[in-house]
Design a protein around this ligand. Structure first.
Ligand SMILES: *[C@@H]1O[C@H](CO)[C@@H](O)[C@H](O)[C@H]1NC(C)=O
Ligand SMILES: *[C@@H]1O[C@H](CO)[C@@H](O)[C@H](O)[C@H]1NC(C)=O
Ligand SMILES: *[C@@H]1O[C@H](CO)[C@@H](O)[C@H](O)[C@H]1NC(C)=O
Ligand SMILES: *[C@@H]1O[C@H](CO)[C@@H](O)[C@H](O)[C@H]1NC(C)=O
Length: 457
C-alpha cells in the first residue's frame, strides 16, 4: 500500500472541508431558503432551496421568485467554481489513468512473450504496477461522481431557465410541478451535500476547555439534529448512581452555570456514553444492557430495548472502566451503539439503531478488543477507536461500516488533562465533545474528501 499512497497523495488533491453549517432559515411566506452555499477557497457546500406549501399573493410571489432565481443562480455558480477548481486535477488523473492502462497492457505483452528475458528489474517494476492496481476502482468512482455533478449542473441550468421564463409570465405557470422539481432537486442536492461533506478523519485540533465542573467522569453534549439556533447543552455528571440531567439554553449559559431545566430520569444510567439525538436522550440503563430512549419534550421514556448479547456492568468497558460497556453515538448516518459480546470474543461490535424503536438495523463485528479501547466515535459511518484514555492516546483504528473493513490510523490528539472518560462526535458542530478529568472540552476535526468533477475527456 505504500506505493499506492505515495502516488495517490499528489494526484488526488484531497479537499479540505471547513464546513460549518450556516443555515439561514428565513421564515418568509412562500419560498423558504434552507441553507446556502459558498464555494470559495476550497470549501464546497451545495445550495438548497425549497418552496413552502402555501403560495401567497401575486406580488409577493414575484419577489419570492426573483429570490429563488437568484438562489438557483448562486447554486449554479457554486458548482461552476467547484468544477473549475477541480478540472485541472481531474484531467491530470485521467491522463495518469491512460498512462497506467497503457503501461499495464505493455507489461502483459512482455509477460506473454515467452522469448523475453524476465529479469529482476522487470519483476520489481511489475510489483509496483500491481501495487497500483487499486487505483482503478478509485478512478472509476471519480468518473461516476463527476457525471453526477455534471447532471446537477444541467438540472440547475434547466431550472433557472424555467424560473426566468415564469418571471416574465407570472401566474401562468404550474406551481405544483415547479414545486415538485425544486423539492426533488433539493433532496438530491442534500444527498450530494452530505456526500461531499462526509470524509475521512485526518486531524484533530484543540482542545478548547469550555468549562471545568463536575466529577472526573461524565458526559455533556448538544443535539446534532437541532437547528443551529437551538444550541441547548445537556450535562450528565458521573458514570454511576445518577439520574439527573441538567439542561442549559446555550453554551454561554452552560459556561456561566445558568441552568434552564433539570430532568429526573426514571432509571439511573451506567457509564458516560449517552447521546442526545433529535430531541431524545439515549442511554444505558444501570446494570443492564438495556438502551433507554427518553424524550425531553414529554419527559417520558419512549422506548427501551435490550441490546442482544451486549456485555454490561464492566464486563466490556473501555480502558478506564466506569461501566462504559455500551457507547451510544450519532453521526451523519444516524444512531449507533458500540459494545462487545462474548460471541465476538469481547471485540467491539457496532450496531446501527432505529432511533424510534431501537431495533438493530445492521451489525458489524470488528476485531478490536473493547477493553483495549480508550474511547470510540463515529464519523460518516466509520468508527474511530482510540487506544487509551491516558496521555499519549491517539486514534488508532478505524472501521468502515460501508466497506466492512478496517485500517490502523495514527491520529494524535491533545489529552490535556490526562483522563478522557468521554469522546463523541457531533455532526452538526463538526466537533468532538470530550470530558477530560472534570473538564468539558471540544476538539475540531478535519475531514478530507476526494474532489469529483465532470469532463470525461
Ligand atoms: C447570491 O450570491 C450573492 C453573492 O455571493 C449574494 O450577495 C446573494 O445574497 C445571494 N443570493 C441569495 C438569494 O442567496
Ligand atoms: C434539461 O432540459 C433539456 C431540454 O429541455 C432536457 O433534454 C434535459 O433532459 C434536461 N436535463 C435534466 C437533467 O433535467
Ligand atoms: C426527528 O423527530 C421528528 C419528530 O419529532 C421526526 O419527524 C423526524 O423524522 C426525526 N428525524 C430523524 C432523523 O429521526
Ligand atoms: C473550531 O473551528 C472554528 C472555526 O474555525 C473555531 O471558531 C472554533 O473555535 C474551533 N474550535 C476548537 C475547539 O478548536
Amino acid at each position: 500500500m505504500r506505493a499506492l499512497s505515495v502516488v495517490l497523495n499528489p494526484l488526488l488533491f484531497l479537499l479540505l472541508f471547513g464546513y460549518y453549517p450556516s443555515v439561514t432559515v428565513k421564515p418568509k411566506e412562500g419560498w423558504q431558503v434552507y441553507s446556502s452555499a459558498q464555494d470559495t477557497e476550497g470549501r464546497c457546500i451545495c445550495t438548497v432551496v425549497a418552496p413552502e406549501q402555501n403560495l401567497c399573493s401575486r406580488d409577493a410571489k414575484e419577489g419570492q421568485l426573483r429570490q429563488l432565481l437568484e438562489k438557483v443562480q448562486n447554486m449554479s455558480q457554486s458548482i461552476e467554481v467547484l468544477n473549475l477548481r477541480t478540472q485541472r486535477d481531474f484531467q491530470y488523473i485521467m491522463r495518469m489513468e491512460g498512462q497506467f492502462k497503457e503501461l499495464r497492457s505493455k507489461f502483459r505483452q512482455i509477460e506473454t512473450n515467452k522469448k523475453t528475458q524476465v529479469n529482476r528489474n522487470f519483476q520489481e517494476l511489475k510489483g509496483k504496477m500491481d501495487a497500483l492496481q487499486p487505483l482503478i476502482p478509485v478512478l472509476e468512482q471519480y468518473k461516476t461522481d463527476a457525471q453526477l455533478i455534471s447532471q446537477f449542473k444541467q438540472e440547475i441550468r434547466n431550472l433557472s431557465m424555467v424560473l426566468t421564463a415564469i418571471q416574465e409570465e407570472i401566474g401562468t405557470y404550474d406551481y405544483e410541478e415547479l414545486q415538485q422539481r425544486v423539492l426533488n432537486l433539493e433532496s438530491r442536492l442534500r444527498n450530494c451535500m452530505s456526500k461531499l461533506t462526509c470524509g475521512k478523519l485526518m486531524k484533530i485540533t484543540g482542545p478548547v476547555t469550555v468549562k471545568t465542573s463536575g466529577t472526573r467522569f461524565g458526559a455533556w453534549m448538544t443535539d446534532p439534529q437541532a437547528s443551529p439556533r437551538n444550541n441547548r447543552v445537556w450535562y450528565m455528571d458521573s458514570y454511576t448512581n445518577n439520574k439527573i440531567v441538567k439542561e442549559y439554553k446555550s453554551i454561554a449559559d452552560f459556561v456561566s452555570g445558568a441552568e434552564s431545566r433539570t430532568y429526573n430520569l426514571p432509571f439511573k444510567w451506567a457509564g458516560t456514553d449517552h447521546v442526545v439525538y433529535n430531541g431524545s436522550l439515549y442511554y444505558n440503563k444501570v446494570q443492564s444492557n438495556i438502551v433507554v430512549c427518553y424524550r425531553f419534550e414529554t419527559g417520558r421514556v419512549v422506548t427501551q430495548r435490550a441490546l442482544e448479547n451486549a456485555g454490561f456492568h464492566n464486563v466490556y468497558p473501555y480502558t478506564w472502566g466506569g461501566f462504559s460497556d455500551i457507547d451510544l453515538m450519532a453521526d451523519e448516518l444516524g444512531l449507533w451503539a458500540v459494545y462487545a459480546t462474548n460471541q465476538n470474543a469481547g471485540n467491539i461490535v457496532i450496531s446501527q439503531l432505529n432511533p424510534d424503536t431501537l431495533q438493530v438495523l445492521g451489525t458489524w463485528n470488528t476485531e478490536y478488543s473493547k477493553r483495549n479501547a480508550g474511547e470510540s466515535f463515529m464519523i460518516c459511518g466509520t468508527l474511530y477507536i482510540t487506544n487509551s484514555h491516558l496521555t499519549g492516546a491517539k486514534v488508532y483504528y478505524a472501521y468502515s461500516t460501508k466497506t466492512s473493513s478496517y485500517e490502523y490510523t495514527d491520529i494524535p490528539f491533545h489529552n490535556q488533562f490526562f483522563h478522557m472518560s468521554m469522546l463523541d462526535y457531533n455532526a452538526r458542530d463538526r466537533a468532538l465533545y470530550g470530558w477530560n478529568n472534570g473538564h468539558q472540552v471540544l476538539f475540531n476535526v478535519t475531514l478530507f474528501h476526494i474532489i469529483k468533477t465532470e469532463d470525461d475527456s
